[in-house]
Design a protein around this ligand. Structure first.
Ligand code: Q46
Ligand code: ZN
Ligand code: ZN
Length: 322
């Protein structure tokens, strides 16, 4: 197998590009595809200060590395979600990455700062763990970006992630989600700009990128992802991609080019106010995150008061997101 560019031995075959790459040209492809997404969707301006949502996985650490390589000023934010060993290990990978490269990583531990963790907090608030987790992550990344004066929050969603989410949103016809499915969500109403610069790279490519760049990352999936419907959609799309290389990219980029406009929401119709407790933009008096915190910690307090067994994470908590 030879590199399509230089004819040296290739290490990866990317069928949707109908091309094979040696290490040097594969790394160049990853940089070029990231830069192309940033330009094509107007994600960032040169010299922007970016806050990378770091999970310790291949996508977020690879994204941080790529943004720095492309000349952006990028800091990381890691959230300790209290999901057992998974959180302990993913935090170690994020810290090691930042330490070895002298980067600025901020950490927020939701147990220390907000008094709950995702498994027990979700249970107490009667929410599916991934729903409580997503809400928590969105709120805390938004807040950190606004407080820190960053130009954007960047997340490591790749082509496989976006195609799977689109598949779910089309399968169940969620027009309100389709309206927001774009690599760029501009800043609005006190929310920071959010960008997804990896939408042109697949999961397999991000794993290969990290391997070649010497980036150690947590390989295990979050235990709460078990049974997650997006994993099932990914499996269906992988099957399709096997026989139709490029199907995922056609599906996702075709939607952006020809479908998304039909779901766009009229501008300026959000009537948001400030949360009475934390000041974040909110549709009601108290924002969803403050309500979650209240319910999650009220249960902890009453549990402590009655000295009954603490709420702990067990395998039974693994339910798919809604
Ligand atoms: S971390 Fe959180 Fe994911 Fe785990 S609980 Fe679900 S949303 S699966 S990206
Ligand atoms: Zn080459
Ligand atoms: Zn609030």
């Amino acid at each position: 197998m030879k590199c399509t560019v230089c004819k040296e031995p290739a290490i990866i075959d990317i069928r949707r590009h109908n091309a094979k790459f040696c290490p040097e040209h594969f790394l160049k492809l990853c940089r070029d595809q990231t830069a192309k997404a940033i330009k094509e969707f107007s994600l960032l301006e040169p010299g922007d200060r970016v806050l990378v949502a770091v999970s310790g996985g291949k996508d977020s650490l690879g994204l941080w590395d790529l943004l720095l390589d492309l000349g952006y000023r990028a800091d990381g934010l890691y959230l300790g979600l209290g999901i057992g060993e998974y959180s302990d290990q993913s935090g170690d990978y994020a810290r090691a990455f930042a330490r070895e490269r002298g980067l600025n990583l901020t950490e927020i531990d939701i147990r220390d700062d907000y008094g709950f963790d995702i498994p027990s907090g979700a249970k107490a608030a009667r929410r599916v763990p991934c729903s409580a987790c997503g809400l928590t992550k969105r709120h805390l990344f938004d807040k950190a970006a606004i407080d820190g004066g960053y130009d954007a929050v960047a997340t490591g969603h790749n082509l496989d992630d976006e195609a799977a989410v689109l598949f779910g949103n089309v399968l169940h016809w969620h027009p309100e989600y389709l309206a927001r499915q774009h690599p760029l969500l501009p800043a609005r109403n006190g929310f920071p700009k959010k960008v997804k610069p990896l939408v042109r790279l697949g999961e397999r490519e991000m794993a290969a990128y990290c391997l070649l760049r010497g980036i150690d990352y947590i390989v295990e999936e979050c235990p709460m992802a078990d049974g997650n419907r997006h994993l099932r959609y990914k499996a269906v799309l992988n099957e399709l991609e096997l026989n139709t290389p490029g199907a995922k990219a056609d599906f996702f980029f075709g939607f952006l080019a020809r479908g998304a406009e039909h779901f766009a929401l009229p501008e300026g119709d959000d009537s948001l106010r400030q949360c009475d407790r934390c000041g974040a933009p909110s549709s009601g008096e108290v924002c969803a995150f403050c309500r979650l915190t209240e319910r999650a910690t009220a249960s902890t307090q009453s549990t402590n008061a009655t000295e009954s067994a603490p709420v702990v994470f067990t395998g039974r908590d693994r339910r798919p997101p809604q």
